[in-house]
Design a protein around this ligand. Sequence first.
Ligand code: 5GP
Length: 193
Amino acid sequence: MKLLEERILADGNVLSPAILKVDSFINHQVDPSFMHQLGADIANHFRGRGITKVMTIESSGIAPAVFVAMELGVPLVILKKQSSAVLKTDVIQTEVVSFTKEIHYQLTLARKYLSEDDHVLLIDDFLANGEAATGAIRLIRKANATIAGLGILIEKSFQPGRAKLNEQGIHVYSLARIADMDTDHITFIPEEA
Ligand code: 5GP
């Protein structure tokens, strides 16, 4: 999506060859009308595929996922990164390794929000090593629900996430695919590729 690529070039900061900072419009300060455009594009890509729920992982996937769910007219389920006093019983959990924070966390879902009748579209802001998405997919499968695909704002295609998900039979749709980046340049995989 040209619009997102242009915004990344204008407002993104490459912190290291592996980390892109986009916190002025995606994951710290949010540009809501821009986020709505991104969410609508992902929703249009997956429309008509029988999706019953949109799902994301707290916290930076929430902003785009709200708009995707609104466009598709289905609920959004937010996976928690830790259980709390109010989320202890009848939960499904799986352990995930965080890319940015280099920690492990327990991805947690209350069983009542997902059933075997659900067909789920998973949304996240970034795809890097694919650990977060793979953890969410494990939870969806534990609930015997099915997966329509994964919608991503920014895929770092030089990292192994897409290949890992494709190996699991997951269709990945990313709005911007970064082929290569460094502090002085960012290059994208052309949309047709
Ligand atoms: P993965 O599990 O695919 O390795 O990493 C995905 C998660 O790590 C995303 O949910 C995202 O929040 C975070 N992440 C991965 N790479 C980046 C990055 O370059 N910049 C930022 N801001 N977050 C990232």
